[in-house]
Design a protein around this ligand. Structure first.
Ligand code: OAD
Length: 260
């Protein structure tokens, strides 16, 4: 279904009628901030190929070497281009729209697969960063998190000052379990959710892709905001076709009208 005034009205109505709205977000939300998506035309992995599926095992096997490889990758012009794009990126109107919904008390939690920190920079506070945050480091044992430069100048590997566990970038690698505390937060939010707005994700990576299905199975609603169809489109209650940077602000305007 093409995006229409009616679809926007229906989505706004669902948002104001719901008790516990949760957003599930993917790379498409940041596309208009200049951060490439992973899949599809122009996607990072479409261009460079998928990263090693054993990334986490490689890190555990030789963390010092893994950190050195990270440095080498930064010299790779293609990856440098991506890193620079993400470092230059600013929140776009789609991020600010989610922040507005949070301030209005409508959006209770955002489960984001994005690691770019743009939600927080747009003013969102209720965040479950299921794939981590590239501006942070994390202990793989106790799951403490610190800003990226917290241990600057220390030799690798870095050990947690609290529990002596290994410290790595907070970004979840292939083969790495999602931190338990984060996973529990995502599952409990999904259980509570009676309306999920799914923004800019191809809905192909689990467990995130299962959350909208769970909401539907439990009798809740879900709204898909994505310019392209996804495997979840057929079970969406409302589909908003178009770029998040246009569709989400339009949705906020309608919600404001309904809230009076
Ligand atoms: P994908 O790259 O798989 O999908 C991006 C989605 O964004 C697609 O469905 C596009 O149609 C949509 N899109 C493109 N431009 C858009 C726009 N302006 N507005 C809204 N949507 C737009 O990205 P994800 O679904 O986030 O995990 O990928 C999920 C995970 O795959 C990532 O978090 C990453 C990867 O494995 C890790 O790195 C752990």
């Amino acid at each position: 279904m093409e995006n229409s005034e009616r679809a926007l009205d229906e989505a706004a109505q669902l948002l104001v009628e719901s008790r516990h709205v949760v957003a599930l977000v993917g790379a498409g939300l940041s596309a208009e901030s200049g951060v490439p998506t992973f899949r599809g035309p122009g996607g990072l992995w479409t261009k460079l190929g998928e990263p090693s599926m054993n990334g986490y095992q490689e890190f555990l096997g030789d963390p010092v070497r893994w950190w050195r490889d990270q440095q080498d990758q930064q010299a790779d012009p293609d990856r440098t281009e991506f890193r620079e794009a993400i470092e230059r990126a600013e929140p776009n109107p789609g991020h600010y729209a989610l922040a507005a919904l949070e301030r209005m008390g409508i959006l209770k939690m955002t489960i984001t697969q994005n690691v770019d920190d743009l939600h927080a920079r747009a003013g969102q506070e209720m965040l479950a960063e299921i794939h981590g945050n590239r501006t942070k480091l994390r202990c793989i044992s106790c799951e403490s998190r610190w800003p990226r430069d917290h241990f600057e100048g220390q030799d690798y590997p870095i050990y947690c000052p609290e529990c002596r566990g290994l410290v790595k970038s907070d970004t979840v690698m292939f083969g790495e379990p999602i931190p338990r505390g984060m996973l529990d937060l995502c599952f409990s939010q999904t259980e509570m959710c009676d309306c999920m707005i799914v923004c800019g994700t191809s809905a192909t990576v689990y467990p995130a892709a299962s959350f909208p299905q769970t909401v539907r199975e439990r009798g809740g609603a879900f709204i898909e905001a994505n310019p392209n169809p996804t495997p979840l489109s057929p079970i969406a209650n409302v589909v908003l076709r178009g770029q998040n940077g246009q569709v989400l602000p339009a949705l906020v305007e309608r919600v404001k009208v309904l809230k009076g």
